[in-house]
Design a protein around this ligand. Structure first.
Ligand SMILES: NC(=O)c1ccc[n+]([C@@H]2O[C@H](COP(=O)([O-])OP(=O)(O)OC[C@H]3O[C@@H](n4cnc5c(N)ncnc54)[C@H](O)[C@@H]3O)[C@@H](O)[C@H]2O)c1
Length: 354
C-alpha cells in the first residue's frame, strides 16, 4: 500500500467506518496516507467507536486528520451537508445492514438503509462532484463496496466473476444488488465515476460476533453449543479483512472507472470445515475443554440458504497486481487468538441487539 499514490486525495470519505471492514480501512488510511479521513456512520448495533478512538489516543498526531459524522444515510439533507463539509476526492461506501439472518427477520430495514441510504449518498455525492472543476472531477472516485451474494448460489463447480448475472436470493443480497444497480446507473447515465467491488465473506479481528467465525470461537471459549446450519456443507470463500482493504485501496488508486472487480480469498471451505478448524485451535488454547468439536449442534437450515459462493479474482490479480499476504491458516489462527484475548469486547458488543 505504501507505494501507491494517494497524493491527489486530500479528503477521503468512508461510510460505515465504525463497522468491521470500514474500521480496518480507516486505520489503514490514517497510517498509510496523509489524507484527511471523514467517517459517516449511524452507530448501529454492530458499530464500534473504541477501536478508532484507541488508535487515535496512541497516535495523537493523526487526530486532526480524522472527523466523525454521526449520521444516518437515510437523512438526505444532513448527508448533503456532510459531503459539502468533507469535500471528498474519494468515497468508499461501506455503510449497510450486513447480516442475512436480520434481513430475513426485518427486510424493510435493509430496503431503507441499503437502497434508500445508497441513493441518498449517490445523489449528494453526484451533486457535489458535478460542481467541481474538470481536473477535480477527473480525480474523483466513488467506490461502491458490495458482496458476491448478489450473484446468488453456485453448485459444486464454477466461480463468480465480473460478468456473472445477478441472482440475489435473500433480502440482504437483494438490497445490495439494488444498490449496485443504482451505482452503475449513475455511471452510465451521468458519467459519475463509480467503481464497484464484489467480495466474498470477510473474517478477521473486530467483526461483530454474530458472524460465523467470531460466533463459533466465542461459543467454544464459553463452552456453549456451537450451532451449524443444515448439513454444514454450505461453502464460503473466506477473505482476510486486511487483504480486502489492500484490494480496495488498489482499486481506488488504479481501478478503471465504470468497472467492477471481484475480490475473493481463494479459500473455499464448508462451514463444517471452518468450525472444525476453529475447534482445533480452541483445543490448543484450552486443552481442558477439548475436544471442542463435541459442542457442535446441527440446527435447522436458514431459509433460502445459498449453497456455495466462490470468486474468480483473476481480473484484480492480473490488472492491478493484488494478492493475499498470508495463508488462510495463518490468518484464521491470528483471528481466533484475537477473539480469545478480547472476550470482554465481544461480551459488550453482544449486549446490543439489532
Ligand atoms: N463482512 C463481510 O463478510 C462482507 C462481505 C461482502 C460485502 N460486505 C459489504 O461490506 C460493507 C461493510 O460490511 P461490514 O462487515 O463492515 O458491516 P458491519 O455491519 O460491521 O458495519 C456496517 C456499518 O454501517 C453502518 N450503517 C448501516 N446503515 C447505515 C446508514 N443508513 N447510515 C449510516 N451508517 C450505516 C453501521 O452502523 C455499521 O457501523 C457492507 O456494505 C457489506 O454489505 C461485507
Amino acid at each position: 500500500m505504501n507505494n501507491l499514490n494517494f497524493d491527489y486525495c486530500k479528503n477521503i470519505l468512508i461510510t460505515g467506518g465504525c463497522g468491521f471492514i470500514g474500521g480496518n480501512l480507516i486505520i489503514n488510511l490514517l497510517q498509510n496516507t496523509n489524507s484527511r479521513i471523514f467517517n459517516i456512520d449511524k452507530l448501529g448495533y454492530a458499530s464500534d467507536t473504541n477501536r478508532i478512538n484507541n488508535f487515535l489516543a496512541k497516535n495523537n498526531e493523526k487526530k486532526s486528520r480524522y472527523q466523525f459524522f454521526n449520521l444516518d444515510l437515510r437523512e438526505n439533507e444532513k448527508i448533503d451537508q456532510a459531503i459539502q463539509l468533507a469535500k471528498p476526492d474519494l468515497i468508499f461506501h461501506l455503510a449497510a445492514e450486513s447480516h442475512v439472518d436480520n434481513s430475513i427477520k426485518s427486510p424493510g430495514i435493509f430496503i431503507e438503509n441499503n437502497i434508500i441510504g445508497t441513493y441518498n449518498l449517490i445523489d449528494s455525492s453526484f451533486k457535489y462532484w458535478d460542481s467541481l472543476n474538470s481536473s477535480e472531477k477527473s480525480n474523483f472516485r466513488f467506490l461502491h463496496i458490495s458482496t458476491d451474494e448478489v450473484f446468488g448460489s453456485l453448485g459444486e463447480l464454477g466461480s463468480f466473476n465480473e460478468n456473472s448475472p445477478y441472482d440475489p436470493r435473500s433480502p440482504y443480497s437483494a438490497s445490495k444488488a439494488s444498490s449496485d444497480h443504482l451505482a452503475n446507473a449513475w455511471f452510465h447515465t451521468y458519467g459519475f465515476p463509480v467503481i464497484i467491488t464484489n467480495c466474498s465473506n470477510n473474517f478477521g479481528p473486530w467483526q461483530f460476533p454474530e458472524k460465523l467465525i467470531p460466533l463459533v470461537t466465542l461459543r467454544g471459549l464459553k463452552k456453549e453449543f456451537i450451532p451449524l446450519y443444515g448439513d454444514g456443507k454450505n461453502v464460503r470463500d473466506w477473505l482476510f479483512v486486511e487483504d480486502h482493504i489492500n484490494a480496495l485501496i488498489l482499486v481506488a488508486s488504479k481501478g478503471e472507472i465504470g468497472s467492477r472487480y471481484c475480490i475473493g480469498g481463494s479459500n473455499e471451505k464448508s462451514n463444517y470445515e471452518v468450525i472444525k478448524n476453529i475447534c482445533k485451535h480452541l483445543d490448543d488454547i484450552n486443552p481442558n475443554h477439548s475436544p471442542h468439536i463435541d459442542l457442535l449442534t446441527y440446527v435447522e437450515d436458514r431459509p433460502g440458504h445459498d449453497r456455495r459462493y466462490s470468486i474468480n479474482s483473476k481480473k484484480i490479480r492480473e490488472e492491478l497486481g493484488w494478492e493475499e499476504k498470508n495463508s488462510f491458516e495463518k490468518n484464521i489462527k491470528k483471528t481466533i487468538f484475537w477473539y480469545a484475548q478480547n472476550i470482554e469486547w465481544c461480551n459488550e458488543m453482544l449486549k446490543r441487539s439489532f
